[in-house]
Design a protein around this ligand. Structure first.
Ligand SMILES: Cc1ncc(COP(=O)(O)O)c(C=O)c1O
Length: 461
């Protein structure tokens, strides 16, 4: 395969996240040049439906001039200012006020950061700090879930329940525990109903807390719908049962809304769609529609009181990033939230979701698909070698990556996730006809993958 000049320059200079760096040397990257609405265009001018909203983030699609204007205006006025040493600026104050107003849980204050990983690292540090302030220095362990995704910094990657993020990185750090994943298709016992499965997972969580000692377990962290772990929608009553266990043992419940926040499930926040009330919330991605990096941690009143106590004792709250509450990012976030409200985007998602889910679930009939799952405007199909036994393909056969490549040839960007799942998570502004085009292309890609599987006899165990 001959690589373009840009591709050659890329391979010689750039380390790509989540990429097989060895095969990249042969295949080269897909180099994108511009975007408009739900479409992106490569350097040859070929259009693709951005079926993943970038990395689950460009809710308003590409080319939103209002966001461009908000950034440019702020850059002209005050391109940088920080929040250290009692300094502040208008965009950060306004954004914090708006987030407090719309938060799904009573929120006292907002702490700004620049990525989902930083937000979740901050959550861990704040929980530790709070428990020191409260005089319970042993209560420090954090429980996350198998297949959960919370980022890649040292604490966040330790929370993330995917082997690829820990193997040979010498992770996880001490004090992080992992409980079960609420994926009924893969982890339910023979004949176990969704309800019984949820009950068992909550009982397993409680058993873990009791075994470790509730006075040593500080927090539990979860995404409402797991994203990078394979788009896993939990059973209906799962979170209510889990939240009850957390409350009983005074375990701080952290809701990682980095993907689900801002309308993805047809409600402002994922916890509202799934019916639970956490203690703290992490936000990122659609907060700025992905146009500039920005993340936030919603801090509860009891936690804030603990931070105040520590400040009095130590003399300063010793945490923060140079770009915490960056004025350009904050101005773009304020504008993004304004657009969501003005255009009633979350309600629009709820209206479009049935069509999206119907098209997604129809792919569940395809001979390569073991399960088609999702809710709102997010979903995944899990490819299997045998739909009757749920037998997976040998990862070395590369069936998922092959399907993703066929989708790209069909003009669609989707993502391959561990466990041969292919995810879709388009911009929230996607039009009904574009939803149809997305699934038409995905269906054709699956047909081509099936042809290839049969030709290469990949199905043999
Ligand atoms: C649920 C969730 N949490 C945290 C993160 C980490 O965010 P970032 O890549 O901005 O560090 C992600 C990224 O995809 C995510 O999906």
């Amino acid at each position: 395969m001959t690589l373009s000049n840009l591709a050659v320059r890329d391979v010689e200079t750039v380390i790509h996240p989540y990429t097989n760096l060895a095969t990249l040397r042969e295949s080269g990257p897909l180099v994108l040049e511009r975007g408009k609405g739900v479409f992106v265009y490569d350097t040859a001018g070929k259009p693709y439906i951005e079926g993943m909203a970038g990395l689950w983030c460009t809710a308003l699609g590409h080319g939103n001039e209002e966001l461009v204007e908000a950034a440019a205006a702020q850059m002209r006025k005050l391109p940088f200012a920080h929040l250290f040493n009692a300094k502040s600026h208008d965009p950060a104050i306004e954004l914090a006020e708006r987030l407090k107003e719309m938060a799904p849980v009573p929120t006292s204050k907002v702490f700004f950061c620049n990525s989902g990983s930083e937000a979740n690292d901050t959550q861990v540090k704040l929980v530790w700090y709070m428990n020191n302030a409260l005089g319970r220095p042993k209560k420090k362990k954090i429980i996350s879930r198998l297949k959960g995704y919370h980022g890649v910094t040292i604490a966040s990657a330790s929370l993330t329940g995917l082997p690829v993020n820990q193997r040979d990185f010498d992770l996880p750090i001490a004090g992080i525990l992992q409980t079960g994943c609420p994926h009924h298709y893969r982890f339910a016992q023979e004949g176990e109903s969704e309800e019984d499965f949820a009950t068992r997972l909550a009982a397993e969580l409680e058993a873990m807390i009791v075994r470790e000692g509730p006075d040593t377990v500080a927090a539990f962290i979860a995404e409402p719908v797991m994203g990078a772990g394979g788009v896993i929608v939990p059973p209906k009553t799962y979170f209510a049962k889990i939240a009850q266990v957390c409350r009983k043992h005074d375990v701080y419940m952290i809701d990682d809304e980095v993907i689900c926040g801002f309308g993805r499930l047809g409600t402002a926040f994922g916890c509202q769609a799934l019916g639970f009330v956490p203690d703290g919330v992490s936000l990122a991605k659609a907060l700025t529609s992905g146009y500039v990096p920005m993340a936030a941690v919603m801090v509860s009143e009891p936690m804030y009181q603990a931070l105040l106590d520590e400040s009095r004792k130590i003399g300063s709250f010793g945490h923060g990033f140079t770009y915490s509450g960056h004025p350009v990012a904050a101005a773009v976030a304020v504008k993004t939230l304004e657009i969501y409200a003005r255009d009633r985007l979350f309600e629009a998602v709820a209206q479009k979701a049935p069509r999206f889910q119907a098209r997604l679930k129809a792919l569940g009939q395809h001979p390569l698909v073991g399960e088609a799952r999702g809710t709102g405007l997010i979903g995944a199909i899990e490819l299997v070698a045998d739909t009757a036994t749920k037998r997976s393909f040998d990862p070395k056969a590369g069936v998922g990556p092959r399907a993703v490549r066929f989708a790209e040839e069909e003009g669609l960007i989707v993502r391959f996730l561990p466990g041969d799942s292919i995810s879709v998570c388009p911009p929230l502004i996607i039009a009904p006809a574009e939803i149809d085009a997305l699934f038409d292309r995905l269906g054709r890609a699956l047909d081509r993958t099936l042809d290839w599987v049969q030709r290469e006899q990949v199905r043999k165990s």
